[in-house]
Design a protein around this ligand. Structure first.
Ligand SMILES: [Mg+2]
Length: 282
């Protein structure tokens, strides 16, 4: 039995990041502006690195695609280096402002954040229940985020709570799975994990993502966190909802948690177990 009421056991857990294991604000107010401000300087410094050349080519293609779709605010990327840097920086600012999930930009952000974490400029922060729960789970855990794999890796490795990447088997991104509100992405995800969709539990803060996962046969849990958008009544009525990640613990996990020696971390865990349920799911 899972900690989620009425739920069957599951064999794999897939976690969203923003609004699920960390605040939306960290991503929007810290990470995005950090990358946006440093795009030009970063590109100038790393222009001749092969992996950055690939990112530039990707953004060039993404820009052409967005222009072809009719977005007249996107710049076509200039052919010489200096022009390309300026054009990419402008497009990154514009896409960031509109919160568009442009794959090339996501790749670039991942590389810029990597430098930020390495220099100590950036430190990620998880919701307090996350790390203690990750440590207790026996099923394989995956992430699926709009951020690139590198961005997820760096984020998870550099949290105030320690190295959370240790607990994640694989980090799926837009580049390998596709957009998070589309049915096909979750078919692909189950395929990549190698388990039947109905044995996979997907946790997110976004109703449309939960709905897309469910159409592919997955189970979905909606997370209610400080700073998230309010869920609709429809979402509250039709999905399992929880206030923290202790909701994914199975009955056996919970029993094990209660037998743990008392430490600040096991105290956090027990507090999370007591408080994950939403009023509708008593
Ligand atoms: Mg999210």
């Amino acid at each position: 039995m899972s900690g989620i009421e009425g739920a069957r056991p599951y064999d794999a857990l897939v976690l969203d990041l923003e609004g699920t294991i960390c605040t939306i604000s960290f991503v929007r107010d810290v990470l995005f502006p950090y990358a946006s401000k440093r795009t030009e300087a970063f590109l100038r410094k790393n222009l001749h690195e092969p992996h950055i050349k690939e990112v530039i080519a990707r953004i060039r293609a993404d820009s052409a695609e967005e222009i072809a779709k009719g977005d007249r605010d996107v710049r076509s990327i200039g052919s010489n280096d200096e022009a390309a840097i300026g054009d990419i920086a402008k497009n990154v600012k514009y896409w960031t402002k509109k919160d568009l999930k442009i794959p090339g930009m996501k790749e670039l952000q991942g590389h810029i954040w990597k430098e930020g974490y390495a220099s100590g400029d950036l430190t990620a922060e998880l919701f307090p229940d996350v790390m203690p729960v990750l440590k207790q789970l026996l099923v394989p855990i995956y992430t699926y985020s709009s951020g690139s794999r590198e961005a997820q890796e760096q984020f998870l490795r550099h949290t105030k709570e320690g190295d959370a990447a240790l607990y994640i088997r694989y980090k799926f991104s837009l580049a390998d799975i596709g957009h998070k509100r589309e049915h096909d992405s979750y078919v692909k995800l189950a395929d990549a994990i190698g388990k039947p969709a109905q044995n996979i539990l997907f946790v997110t803060d976004i109703e449309e993502e939960a709905a897309a996962a469910r159409t592919a046969g997955m189970r979905a849990l909606l997370m209610i966190r400080p700073g998230n958008l309010d869920l609709t009544q429809f979402a509250r009525d039709n999905f399992e909802c929880a206030y923290n990640l202790a909701a994914v613990l199975t009955k056996e996990d919970i029993e094990r948690c209660y037998s743990l020696r008392q430490t600040p971390e096991s105290d956090l865990l027990r507090a999370a177990i007591k408080s994950y349920r939403t009023p509708q799911k008593k």
